[in-house]
Design a protein around this ligand. Structure first.
Ligand code: ZN
Ligand code: ZN
Length: 377
């Protein structure tokens, strides 16, 4: 087994992933030494950090890998374009690995299984060549997408262009080509690499298991800070189709906020949300499990009582949901009915105005006749 792994080592990946941090730090130090503090270079770094990183989390991950919402062609192109600049492989390869991770999580065939240790899940897994038996196995739908296949075909030149050439050119325009290359280019790439890698390593060891303990995924606010909101990983592994990872509005999930913003603009649609009742059910079950593991409750009476109480909570929440739906329906009905009455009143008003005009004209005509008669008499 060990020999097999040795044979499949990918030296290109090993050299790339170990050398780039060294180049990143040294060129960045050189840039600061030569150019000093230039705020435009910081802004360029931030722009590329957000554009490439969010293209991975909102695009590669939540849209393409999990189909948690739909986007128009411009947004899909931008995700593939800037996603390539994150240097995390083509979307086709990324999504294939990621779907396999969800399906076989923690097992031998999970591509970045945490069962082989923190370092393996973080980046060690990329030191090996992909097992050919999995190539394109979980992504037949993506293989039919011509834009996806275009990005896959031209991935390397595209990645080099977006990751290094573009920031260098813009940096040059801002006064320092070295600054653009070092800061927004290679340092940004390495920094964002490890931010994303933390989702596979840290988010599988550190944090709370709020919704499921069937896998190692954890919810962790600190990880979310560095991973564009992907740190709520326990929720994500339990409800992978949901476009949110941070469930509550205050959960730090910039990826979710971006999707909601694009939805407001009408550029993305069909945002998938798991029903609140399902989420609550999962959370209550986990909380009960935790209580049970701490307190030895042998008495079946307590068991039944807890079960009954949980059912009561679930029922009341369902009732709230139903009432909310009914409220929305009535509100819509009322709005429609009101619109109808307003329309009717408007027509009646127009008719009345017309009748008034006719009556007034008739009155005017008759008074004129009367006046004329009077004059004649
Ligand atoms: Zn996922
Ligand atoms: Zn995971």
């Amino acid at each position: 087994m060990e020999n097999n792994s040795q044979l499949r080592l990918s030296w290109v990946a090993i050299v790339f992933l170990t050398l780039t941090p060294v180049i990143a730090i040294s060129t960045l130090v050189l840039h600061f030494y030569l150019d000093g503090f230039v705020w435009q270079q910081w802004a360029l770094f931030l722009a590329f950090y957000l554009l490439t990183g969010l293209s991975i989390t909102a695009g590669y991950h939540r849209m393409y890998s999990h189909k948690s919402y739909k986007a128009n062609a411009v947004i899909r192109f931008l995700f593939l374009f800037f996603g390539a600049g994150a240097f995390q492989n083509s979307l086709l390869k990324w999504a294939t690995d990621h779907r396999r991770h969800h399906k076989l999580v923690d097992g031998e065939d999970d591509p970045y299984t945490i069962s082989r240790g923190f370092f393996f899940a973080h980046m060690g897994w990329m030191f090996y060549k992909e097992d050919p038996k999995y190539e394109g196995r979980y992504a037949t739908d993506l293989q039919r997408d011509s834009l996806v296949m275009w990005q896959h075909k031209y991935y390397l030149p595209l990645a080099i262009f977006v990751a290094f050439v573009l920031p260098t050119l813009i940096g040059w325009g801002l006064g320092s080509a070295l600054g653009g290359f070092a800061f927004a280019g290679i340092f940004r790439m390495v920094f964002a690499h490890h931010c994303t890698f933390f989702v596979n390593s840290l988010a599988h060891v550190w944090g709370k298991q709020t919704y499921t303990d069937k896998n190692s995924a954890r919810d962790n606010f600190v990880v979310a800070l560095f991973t564009y909101g992907e740190g709520y990983h326990n929720f994500h592994h339990r409800f992978e189709a949901d476009y949110r990872n941070g469930l509550k509005w205050y959960h730090f999930d910039p990826t979710k906020w971006l999707i909601q913003f694009l939805n407001r603009l009408g550029w993305v649609s069909d945002l998938k949300r798991v029903p609140e009742t399902e989420i609550l059910k999962a959370r209550l079950r986990m909380e009960e499990k935790k209580v049970r593991s701490k307190v030895r409750v042998e008495d079946s009476k307590y068991d039944e009582m807890i079960k009954a109480l949980r059912e009561r909570v679930e029922f009341t929440q369902l009732r709230i949901r139903e009432l909310k739906d009914e409220y929305q329906l009535k509100k819509r009905e009322l709005r429609d009915r009101n619109a109808e009455s307003v329309r009717r009143l408007k027509t009646e008003l127009a008719m009345a105005k017309m009748e008034f005009r006719i009556a007034y004209n008739q009155w005017k005509a008759s008074t004129r006749i009367l006046k004329r008669r009077h004059a004649l008499a």
